[in-house]
Design a protein around this ligand. Structure first.
Ligand code: PLP
Length: 264
């Protein structure tokens, strides 16, 4: 019998691996699958962690990252690329070089700095280098408030500060910024700046400790929606709705912050 064959749109995650399956590349691939897309991955770091703690981080040599990028881009060109944890300046340089070389479309960059338990996945001293080498590739950058504070070098206390931060990050080269308000004391609204206009996206706080992987899931859902041809505003609002459900139906797994549920 001859196979019928079918077409799935390819998408790529360039990020760290979370062996416990809740965040990082594992969350991204589940999100891509939930959007009926074909997920691919370039692994930058291997994080030994679970829902309660990070045990170690081992970075992949730049040569292997170059080769993974070549393997992907010479064969299956992604319609969107999500970039997550890049812990070291060497990896930032390497990723920047490869983005320059392969020029992927629809780049979503989540400037991952901390695991949910506070463990630093990108040391603070690498922030300036990240801003210089990586931010300019973002079609959309998706920091939360603590990450935006490090990138902007000022405190964010309210919605006005969030708007100021989103605009500032666009002056640093990002084409658009989604500043996530989950850490705000005011409300859980997000600020989207598309380079022209500010949109306030209303957020509802859902009570649960199971939020491991929410940032990864949101950025990969935005990448998924862009790959599916949605415009930026709809890609972001639909991704927010997806994450809302992923948190609402989150999983009581592990001893710490459990993972989100990608297939609710
Ligand atoms: N990327 C990796 C590889 C991680 O291990 C983690 C968190 O532990 C993150 C990203 C950030 O996860 P979250 O989506 O919970 O912010």
């Amino acid at each position: 019998m001859k196979a019928k064959g079918s077409d799935l749109i390819p998408v790529l995650s360039i990020a760290g691996s979370d062996c416990s399956g809740g965040a990082g590349i594992q969350a991204d691939l589940k999100t891509f699958s939930a959007h009926n897309l074909f997920g691919m991955s370039v692994v930058l770091s291997v994080v030994a962690q679970n829902t309660a703690r990070v045990i170690s981080v081992h970075d992949i040599p730049a040569q292997s990252v170059d080769e993974q990028m070549l393997a992907v881009f010479e064969d299956i060109v992604p319609k969107a690329t999500k970039i997550g944890m890049i812990g070291t300046c060497e990896l930032m340089e390497c990723v920047a070089r490869n983005l320059e070389k392969f020029k992927p479309q629809n780049i979503v960059i989540d400037p991952v700095m901390f695991a949910k338990n506070g463990f630093a996945l990108m040391p603070q001293e690498n922030c300036d280098f990240f801003k210089k080498t990586i931010v300019k590739f973002a079609d959309i950058l998706t920091p939360n408030i603590p990450e935006a504070e490090f990138l902007c070098d000022f405190k964010i206390k309210n919605e006005e500060d969030m708007i100021k931060a989103a605009k500032y990050l666009c002056t640093q080269g990002a084409k658009a910024v989604l500043l996530k308000g989950g850490h705000s004391e005011e409300n859980a609204n997000d600020v989207l700046f598309d380079g022209n206009e500010i949109f306030i996206l209303k957020g509802e706080r859902i009570e649960t400790k199971n939020t491991h992987g929410t940032g990864c899931t949101l950025s990969s859902a935005i990448a998924s929606n862009l790959a599916l041809g949605k415009d930026l505003y709809n890609a972001v609002s639909e991704a927010k709705e997806y994450v809302r459900n992923a948190i609402y139906y989150s999983l009581n797994l592990g001893k710490g912050c459990g993972p989100t549920n990608h297939f609710f």
